[in-house]
Write a protein that binds this ligand. Structure first.
Ligand SMILES: [Zn+2]
Length: 312
């Protein structure tokens, strides 16, 4: 339980680390969708500080339109965001919503699921996603009530109906989506999705672009997952946070460079007898100017990693 509390705090602090932009009612009224082309659509959440207007809309959420129907990839952090996404889909196509895929358990990615229950899709996630949702339900409900206000109502957990233990293909007619699960990395519930028609890879939070990467569970697993992602013959990548990238190998290399720096520096601090406070102040300092929200997210990562690395 202690470990879990730590993880929750981790999420809150990470969310706190969002940029300083104030919510803007006019902007909030529009739910912008980037049309990436060939049936791929992405909504980019805002970089908001959780103490300064976290509204459940901070990550990338996407949908893919095939000739048989639609797949949604992540649904946002509230039923309100899920409904906005659903409305946006209905403006693009009247084809049925067949699949709602969650890339991992973090609340900014899953709490819009409830908006799609009426469509009776298959909900798709990592083999461990249902259990992870269950374990975090109480804590996440509290978090939503605290930060989302009225939007917390109806923002309920909707568990996967298809649990992905080995890679599977989801059929959308003229295209398939390959869903691949990973061992412990960013979380213990990470999957990626590849669209066969456009060779687009959706990484979930295995890849952060611009914003400081987050490690909740296993940094070595995350580095290994990045190595795997690099081998895919894809043309563009939709990360968990940040812009759609054609130069995605460079983006993966950037993240790997950060992860290796934080890992190397924490190990060096431990070896020289330095405590966690010292590691927080010094680890990955070379990366400081390369990422948004660095100070808070990096300290949080060190707080997660140091205790585990101490016993290596
Ligand atoms: Zn995440």
């Amino acid at each position: 339980m202690q470990r879990f509390s730590l993880l929750l705090v981790s999420f809150i602090i990470i969310s706190c680390a969002q940029a300083q932009e104030k919510p803007d009612t006019e902007k909030e009224a529009t739910f912008a969708i980037e049309n990436v082309g060939n049936g791929i659509y992405v909504h980019h959440g805002k970089h908001l500080d959780i103490d300064d207007g976290y509204q459940g809309d901070i990550c990338n959420i996407s949908f893919v339109v095939g000739n048989k129907g639609v797949a949604v990839i992540d649904t946002g952090g509230s039923i309100k965001v899920g409904n906005q996404l659903r409305d946006a889909i209905k403006k693009v196509t009247d084809k049925p919503i067949l699949y709602v895929i969650n890339t991992h358990v973090h609340p900014d990615h899953i709490f819009g699921n409830a908006a799609f229950k009426q469509d009776k899709p298959q909900f798709v996630g990592h083999a461990k996603l249902g259990d992870a949702m269950q374990l975090r339900q109480e804590a996440y409900d509290k978090l939503n009530i605290r930060y989302l206000g009225a939007d917390a109502k109806g923002s309920e957990i909707v568990k996967p109906t298809i649990l992905v233990k080995d890679p599977i293909d989801l059929d959308l007619g003229d295209r398939t989506l390959k869903v691949t699960p990973y061992p412990n990395a960013h979380t213990n519930t990470d999957i990626s999705v590849i669209d066969s028609k456009t060779s687009t890879l959706f990484t979930g939070d295995l890849l952060f672009i611009e914003r400081t990467p987050v490690i909740e569970v296993d940094i070595k697993g995350l580095i290994a997952a990045i190595e795997t992602l690099k081998t895919y013959p894809v043309k563009q990548v939709v990360p968990g946070h940040g812009p759609v990238a054609q130069d995605w190998i460079a983006a993966l290399n950037n993240e790997q460079r950060y992860l290796n720096a934080v890992l190397t520096d924490i190990r060096a601090t431990i070896k020289s007898g330095g405590d966690m406070g010292k590691a927080m102040d010094t680890a990955a300092a070379s990366e400081k100017d390369k990422w948004l929200l660095f100070d808070i997210a990096n300290r949080r990562n060190v707080n997660t990693l140091y205790p585990a690395l101490e016993w290596e």
